[in-house]
Design a binder for this molecule. Sequence first.
Ligand SMILES: *Cc1c(COP(=O)(O)O)cnc(C)c1O
Length: 462
Amino acid sequence: MQSSNIGRYLAQGINTMRQDDPALYDILEREHERQMNTLSLVASCGGTDASVMAAAGSSIVNVTAEGYPGNRYHAGCAYVDQAERLAIERARRVFGAAYVNVQPHCASFANHIVMQSVLRPGEAILGLALDQGGHLTHGAPVNLSGRLFASHTYGLAADGLIDYEQLRAQALQHRPRLIVCGTTSYTRVIEFDRIRAIADEVGAFVLADITHIAGLVVAGLHPSSIDAAHFTTTCTFKQLYGPRGALILMGRDADSVSDDGKRTLAERVQSAVFPMMQGSPEVHTIAAKARAMGRLLEPGFRELARRIRSNADALAAAMAARDYEVIGGGTDNHIVLFRVHPHINGLVAQAALESCSILVNKNKIPGDLRGAQVASGVRLGTNTAALRGFGAAEMALSAQLIDTVLRHTSVGPQGEVLVPETVRDDVIGAVRDLCQRFPLPYAALDRHADHHAAAHAAREFA
Ligand SMILES: *Cc1c(COP(=O)(O)O)cnc(C)c1O
């Protein structure tokens, strides 16, 4: 391969930081090590490969490019335009979407942008309640979405499934302009068509925030929201394994003319992103989104998505076999939610596991009497495990390690979380061994020629 200018520049950057700013360099190096040697079962994490990171770290970051491809406020945007068009084109193919906007800085903002594109302050919205698995930006009182709009909620039925009857009753009563669906901790299929039918009945728009399940949607392992909802939003860093950032997507409603009688829904979203809500786009992030979308188009991604699903099934079964109550009895996606033993709570479980190199997060479970900061459940997810190439045996081992830690966890008189040292040492050792046998893709670089190429480039600039 020809020597790469951006590659040399990146390597030079690392070297300069190491020499001139060891304090920061050390933090970044240790963070890298931490990721290599911890068992991440955080459902909202994914993992980027080195090529996505490189795209985000390249010199394209220097371009200020307010506006859209072909219509910028600054000169010098030819390549930025190409990168943004590439990201859009790939995202369209990945999702089968008619319209894509790749500029939103994050999914929270993408949701606000969609709301601003079609709603006026004070109009009614209807979203899944925060404590039932909704997101802050779906109308929670502490969020701008709950302050700007008259926010109403629906919830889960006793069986833990979305209560579509209640959703319809709330929609008929409050006549919302927008119904928001999509969740952070739901383990079952979301019936987008059913929600759309209710929305059509009351004349509401549907926003599907598929942030958690976007990868499964791409792989055809969860029904798609693209045509069912008017608007779909997703972050790019959870199940799409891309950079931090988000997309807004539209399907069959993109060209329908909205109630101002002039502009299409897609045009309204386009101008709501810029100039209404955002300034210059993060062009380096858009380049990394293009790279991430390129990876989603590779055949290997379907295999990865199938692994996300099969690992979640294996994990749910292994936890149930160890007598944990798995909420909903299993999972249709990447999330496994379980109730912790009565002698501890979710917060204690999370801290105990983290002290043993296993990362999870506490989560409320249906009917939980504890608040979200303590909670009675733990949420697990398999995005990162799938990326490591785990199979059923590794998920069973993960369940065993979790169980070992939690059974031995106690709470001291001052509320301190106690795990016997021998248990902790054993589990940390087992996790380290597991992580080394199944390295993350960016760790695996160390073992390959790429590493030597990078080291060579680094020496040239040392
Ligand atoms: C994580 C999450 C978000 C927030 O994404 P950011 O990009 O961090 O703003 C939004 N919606 C849902 C459903 C999420 O799970």
